[in-house]
Write a protein of this length. Sequence first.
Length: 345
Amino acid sequence: MNTIHGLGLPLIPFRYAQACRFFIGGNEMHHILSAAVLLVAGIFLVAKGGDRFVDSASWIARAAGIPAFIIGATIVSIATTLPEITVSVMAAMQGSTELAAGNAVGTVISNTGLILGIAFFFMNVTIRRSDYLVQSLLLIFSAAVIWWGCQNGFLSTPATLLLMLFFFIFVYRNLSAGRQHRQHTRETREHMDTSRRNIIRNMLGFFFGAAAILIGSRLMVFGGTSLAQLLGIPERIIGITVVAVGTSIPELVTTLAAIRKNEHDLSAGNIIGANILDLTLILPFCSLASGKLLPVAPSAVTFDLPACLLITLIGILPLLIREKAGRIQGLLLLASYAAYLVVIL
């Protein structure tokens, strides 16, 4: 798979503009308008899908007696992590193993520094430490294990096994917490409209909302990349902005929708859960898909992986210690992410 020089990002999105020309035809202005329409359509889909997705996920959590954090850390995070899983596993199967590892780690950095930073900046997040402790420690340990396990330029077998163990602990912990919480919320569920019609409506809303986010995010990347190319913006800038953040759009949309609806548990749970899946599920899968140890670029070992661990610590440790996060922590995360971008640029 061809990549953008110096970034390890796939060139597939940069064929979008050529595709627009082939299928749409017409002059340059027509191409620009077509790309703009795709971009606007993508924004509309992710905005509407995000609203429906968060509403349905919140209802499902209350009706099932499961904490919103657990729903966010499992079902929501799995749905919003699908782009990363698809890109990384396909890249590994096609031999672009460094791209697979870089996509997973880069997504964790953007999820935490950018998206969690936005959530903390716009919401006063208050948590119970007991609800977040295991998942948060798993995320920190996963980032540390990957950095330790990649010192020789490959994700080592012991590190891969540890990551798989963390994934199973994550799943077991969420299932266990969900069962315990259901026993304490039976009365609340009895006062909800849990008719068959309402259940079907919310389940459909959840799945259609997720589909709208995923399709809309692809249209945004498609239209945004094509528009940037047609306007003569350099490929490196496109890669750093549109492509690098492209697979994180579902998490961003879900977080923005959760901010509007003050569902901070769903938002934080989604980011933490998605990051754990990125590190403990995607990387072992990519290693299996490639049939060999997963190589990691030297620049990733010396800079990206420690940056991932540092930004994770900034986002998680104060939240666990203080049991709350606010504007100052959000600004610190956003500043850390901006500093990271400045360095890699």
